[in-house]
Every structure is written in structure tokens, then in C-alpha cells.
Design a binder for this molecule. Structure first.
Ligand code: HEC
Length: 156
């Protein structure tokens, strides 16, 4: 009786956000509870590598019919697009909408664009929307990693 209470209190104290909803799934191993928080490490290199990997897979599935990192297809190539001015890939025939829009691709502009291209750039020829915010986040992380690799080389 007393020892049970002790474990429950100890475990609660170790939870980073005072979230005790996980207690029910554990048998009192408080160390496990305090470490098992994959969502919390969004800024750690491991977590972002995971996001980039997920983004690469989604990119191939969702965007690969029209885009690739290194070749202009139905849509322009994407290596370096993050941080670049919209409508500026050499040799690609953009719509008037993208040629004239004054936007640099970053987290915010890519997110708005992918959610609804015609709302972001009326008259664009990209007729594809990505309504899932989590998928947009992963794909944007992947596009960002392509830009980092093309300017700074691989870190290893
Ligand atoms: C059905 C074909 C198609 C699909 C699928 C598609 N795109 Fe596009 N994309 C285009 C076309 C065409 C353009 C050029 C639009 C224009 O000129 O108005 C474009 C332009 C872009 C641009 C602007 C590039 C620049 O140089 O300014 C980005 C960024 C982009 N697409 C990202 C994506 C991503 C990410 C996906 C997948 C989630 C995706 N697109 C899916 C056809 C597509």
C-alpha cells in the first residue's frame, strides 16, 4: 500500500509535463516513463533526421510524379529551392503567376503554398494540394535538407 503510493508519486514527479496519463501503461518503472518521450525532442538532430527521412519518402510519393531534386519535369527541380526566390530555376517555364510573385521559399511560404497553391499564387499551374500539416512539415524539412546539402556539402 505505502510502497505503491511511493512509486506513483515518484513517477509523477519525474514526468516532464506532469502528465500522468502514461502511468496506467507502466508498472512503475519511473526511469522508463521519464525517458520515453519521442515527441519532446523535435530540436534534437535525431528527431530532425527522422523527419527528413519521412519527408523524403512522402516527397517521392506525393511530389515525385511531377518533381525531382535534380531535373526539371512537369514541375521545376527542387535542390536548392528552400531559401531561393520563387520562379527562379533556370530552364523551367513557369506560369506568369510564379514568375511575378515576390516570395522566397522558407518554412512559412512553403507551408502556405503546399496547402493551397492557387490561393497562394492565383493562376499557378501547380494543381496539387497537400492538406495534411504533418506531411507538409516533413516534406519542407526534406526540401530544406536538399538546400543545406547543395551549399555546404554533407556534414560527414
Ligand atoms: C501535378 C504535378 C505536380 C505535383 C504533384 C506537385 N507539383 Fe509542385 N509544381 C508543379 C508545377 C507545374 C509547378 C510550377 C508552377 C507554376 O509555374 O505556376 C510547381 C512548382 C512548385 C514549387 C515552386 C518552385 C519554384 O521554383 O519556385 C514548389 C516549391 C513545389 N512545386 C513543391 C511541390 C511539392 C513539395 C510537391 C509535393 C507535395 C509538389 N510540388 C507536387 C507541379 C506539381
Amino acid at each position: 500500500m505505502f510502497s505503491l503510493i511511493g512509486i506513483a508519486l515518484g513517477a509523477t514527479a519525474l514526468l516532464p509535463h506532469g502528465d500522468n496519463s502514461m502511468l496506467g501503461t507502466s508498472t512503475g518503472n519511473s526511469e522508463r516513463i521519464s525517458l520515453a518521450e519521442p515527441e519532446g525532442g523535435a530540436n534534437s538532430p535525431g528527431a530532425s533526421l527522422e523527419l527528413i527521412g519521412k519527408g523524403r519518402e512522402l516527397y517521392q510519393r506525393r511530389c515525385g510524379a511531377c518533381h525531382s531534386p535534380d531535373a526539371n519535369r512537369v514541375g521545376p527541380k527542387h535542390r536548392g529551392v528552400y531559401g531561393q526566390k520563387a520562379g527562379s530555376v533556370e530552364g523551367f517555364r513557369y506560369s506568369k503567376a510564379l514568375r511575378e510573385i515576390d516570395v522566397v521559399w522558407n518554412d512559412e511560404t512553403l507551408d502556405a503554398w503546399l496547402e493551397n497553391p492557387p490561393a497562394f499564387a492565383p493562376g499557378t499551374s501547380m494543381g496539387f494540394r497537400l492538406p495534411d500539416a504533418g506531411e507538409r512539415e516533413a516534406i519542407i524539412a526534406y526540401l530544406k535538407s536538399l538546400s543545406a546539402a547543395s551549399t555546404a556539402g554533407d556534414t560527414e
